[in-house]
Design a protein around this ligand. Structure first.
Ligand code: HEM
Length: 250
């Protein structure tokens, strides 16, 4: 009788352990084969970027997603940071165009590019399989575009006067697109960014002459009373100067 109860208890325990193990194995397999397409809350959209810009998304900066490009299409592979992030078996692919490497099944930095001219039929097929896999697994985050080559004269056209043309500036020959931050909206600035802004203001106050203030179009049309008085004062001063000059001439 006592032996019967022990047997039932042992069987129940075994069933619980086996069920738990099965659940764990099935859940792990599901996570491997059907990972969540969108691992992060926000959809990443880097737009059209150069290979140099893409290299910033290699997983080393924890505030940036991990991106990989195949035939110029950029995928957000952050959901598999264990593969592509630092320390992952495929971390050298992070932030790169990897068509050639995947076609040739080569985990080598020098193969990370889009040169496909000398790939065999079989290698091109392999690449296509990778592309199919990436399309089904990862969200598209942007496109690779060639680097701009502009002379200083050509660069001058990107000065913000012809919106929606972007605003570019160059520092030591490298051209940056600064359109995003060329406005006075500070609503999404962090405390650190506001501190940085205060430092810049202090530098500008120390270095350059203040010549006025930015006003809204409405303020421009209806100048404030103080401004009208100031304008009158200037006019009177100019008239006084003119009459002094006239007297001198006489
Ligand atoms: C002994 C050889 C290899 C073994 C055993 C192996 C094994 C694996 C395994 C188990 C995965 C995870 C699969 C998944 O979760 O979908 C994986 C992923 C991957 N492997 Fe390999 N691999 C090998 C060689 C290579 C080579 C030579 C390349 C070069 C291109 C490569 C590229 C990749 C890539 C890019 C992924 C990530 C795929 C993704 O993002 O889903 N592997 N590999």
């Amino acid at each position: 009788m006592g032996f019967g109860i022990v047997q039932i208890l042992c069987t129940a325990l075994l069933v619980i352990v086996v069920t738990w193990l099965l659940f764990f194995v099935v859940r792990s397999l599901l996570m491997i084969f059907f990972p969540k397409k969108q691992g992060r809350q926000l959809k990443v959209d880097v737009g059209n970027i150069t290979l140099e810009e893409l290299s910033k998304y290699d997983g080393r900066d924890p505030y940036r997603p991990i991106l990989v490009a195949l035939k110029g299409i950029i995928y957000d592979v952050s959901s598999q940071a264990n593969f592509y992030g630092p320390g992952g078996g495929y971390s050298i692919f992070g932030g790169k165009e990897v068509s050639r490497a995947l076609g040739k099944m080569a985990i080598a930095e020098e193969e990370c590019n889009d040169q496909l001219d000398d790939l065999t039929e079989k290698e091109l097929e392999t690449l296509q399989k990778w592309i199919d896999k990436f399309e089904n697994k990862y969200p598209v985050a942007g496109k690779v575009v060639p680097e701009l080559k502009l002379t200083l004269d050509e660069l001058a056209a990107f000065d913000g006067t012809q919106r929606p043309t972007p605003i570019y500036l160059a520092i030591r020959g490298i051209i940056f697109d600064v359109t995003r931050d060329c406005n006075d909206d500070l609503s999404d600035c962090s405390l650190a960014e506001m501190d940085a802004l205060r430092d810049w203001m202090a530098q500008f106050y120390g270095k350059y002459k203040v010549v006025g203030r930015v006003v809204s179009s409405a303020e421009r049309l209806e100048p404030a009373a103080g401004a009208v008085e100031a304008e009158d004062d200037v006019e009177q001063e100019e008239e006084a100067d003119a009459s002094t000059d006239k007297n001198k001439d006489d």
